[in-house]
Write a protein that binds this ligand. Sequence first.
Ligand SMILES: NC(=O)c1ccc[n+]([C@@H]2O[C@H](COP(=O)([O-])OP(=O)(O)OC[C@H]3O[C@@H](n4cnc5c(N)ncnc54)[C@H](OP(=O)(O)O)[C@@H]3O)[C@@H](O)[C@H]2O)c1
Length: 227
Amino acid sequence: MRYLVTGANRGIGLEFVKQLTKRGDSVIATARDLGSANELKLLAQEHDNLRFVALDISDNVSIAKLQESVREPIDVLLNNAGCYGNSGSFPDLDFDLLARDYDINAIGTLKVCAAMLNNVKAGDKKIIANVTSKMGSIGDNTSGGSYSYRMSKTGLNMAARCMSHDLKAENISVFVLHPGWVKTDMGGANAMITTEQSVTGMLKTIDVATLEHSGRFWEWNGNEIQW
Ligand SMILES: NC(=O)c1ccc[n+]([C@@H]2O[C@H](COP(=O)([O-])OP(=O)(O)OC[C@H]3O[C@@H](n4cnc5c(N)ncnc54)[C@H](OP(=O)(O)O)[C@@H]3O)[C@@H](O)[C@H]2O)c1
């Protein structure tokens, strides 16, 4: 299978690339700064099924360059890139930071989907999998706070749900995945699971995904989450 993974230089994205290349899938790994993506470069020395493209998902020029350099079909578009900003507590919110997170997590991811749509249409598996967060679930929100992260992931969730309807006729399955609380720079050292556990679990869902999975919210362990 042919994958494109965003935010692949560290954390969950890097682990996706490790597991996919190891099992023989072809991977286009994207990162904002390829110059410092040392672990990706090491992986490329061991795997000839891996290539890199620079991509900042919030930068229109960068997305246009992605479109120019990726001409091949993609079976699974894996939107993993994301950020967590501390926008403070209501009412003293940092609205600039809130807008930045929305621009990356919600709008940026949607722009990548639009730019890569023809590649996914040309693929065999026709999957758009988006790494979101349970913190973007409205039904699961019992504590408040984290406005920028929650709102931006809720925006991503709605975009995915819309695309699941809009792309059904094209047989493209679009869904969101919560990776769990994962030990990465974002999740911190006290998180519950490793990147290996999280990605192994999410790949189990992606591997069996069909149109039946479209428009739904999946947890890393295969459980379904309320919107
Ligand atoms: N870790 C958790 O517990 C957890 C829980 C729920 C959801 N998630 C989600 O899982 C995904 C991966 O998170 P992680 O834990 O692996 O976080 P991470 O270690 O902080 O990595 C985030 C990745 O996203 C990239 N990124 C951020 N902004 C970007 C942009 N504008 N354009 C392109 N790439 C960008 C980063 O690139 P740079 O290196 O250039 O910054 C990095 O590769 C995110 O969507 C996150 O929201 C994580």
